[in-house]
Design a protein around this ligand. Structure first.
Ligand SMILES: Nc1ncnc2c1ncn2[C@@H]1O[C@H](COP(=O)(O)OP(=O)(O)O)[C@@H](O)[C@H]1O
Ligand SMILES: [Mg+2]
Length: 197
């Protein structure tokens, strides 16, 4: 479990990044709800270098006292590795998820991911999902439909200008402005900050 940080430190961390209060607030609200038992997916989008990972890191530091956290990353590979970011996460969790990933039973992986998210308040982050392999995208979709009943926040970062045609669930972001929103899905788009010249 990540080291505990006093709540006031969390608020301090949240203002360290320029112009990211809105995104951090969205993540913070999602974590509050998750701790109360209502999970959600938060999509953090934006172009390369806009600050998606920085927002995620700030949030994870802040979340330390309230939830455990696991992070996996997708890579720009010529040959995508199946369940790539989940293998990162499996190394952090060990146990059933690591065991499921070592086998070839997809159902076991799906179940193990849900179990990880169900055990305790958890933030699970998948970075750079525009590079995600199809097996990972299926897991994200599967989790996204069930997360409302779990004490977890699934944070997915991705470059919205590099999404492939098949990149659901990231393409879920396209429904953000319609109502009703998909239950448990939330948007935290990183816009270009108005930094001083
Ligand atoms: N809100 C911010 N305030 C100050 N610096 C920032 C902010 N967001 C990002 N940066 C800086 O910009 C660079 C790229 O940020 P990063 O989070 O890696 O972007 P991304 O993940 O979107 O590619 C980093 O050096 C980071 O420190
Ligand atoms: Mg990044």
């Amino acid at each position: 479990m990540a080291s505990a940080a006093p709540f006031c430190e969390h608020r301090q961390v949240a203002v360290d990044l320029a112009e990211r209060a809105t995104e951090l607030r969205a993540l913070d609200h999602a974590l509050d709800a998750a701790v109360a038992g209502e999970g959600s997916v938060v999509l953090v989008s934006g172009e390369a270098g806009i600050g998606k990972s920085s927002v995620l890191r700030s949030f994870l530091r802040a979340a330390g006292g309230r939830a455990r956290s696991f992070v996996g990353a997708c890579d720009d590979l010529l040959t995508p590795r199946a369940f790539g970011p989940l293998r990162d996460i499996g190394r952090q969790t060990g146990g059933a998820l690591a065991a499921a990933l070592a086998g070839d039973d997809r159902e076991s992986v799906f179940a193990a991911v849900l179990d990880v998210l169900a055990q305790a308040p958890t933030v699970c982050a998948v970075e750079d999902a525009h590079w995600a392999d199809e097996a990972t995208l299926d897991v994200l979709r599967h989790v996204g439909r069930r997360i409302v009943d779990l004490p977890a926040v699934l944070v997915i970062t991705y470059r919205d200008d590099e999404l492939g045609a098949g990149h659901a669930p990231c393409s879920r972001c396209s429904v953000r402005s319609r109502r009703p929103r998909p239950a448990g899905w939330c948007w935290a788009a990183c816009r270009r900050p108005r930094w001083p010249e």
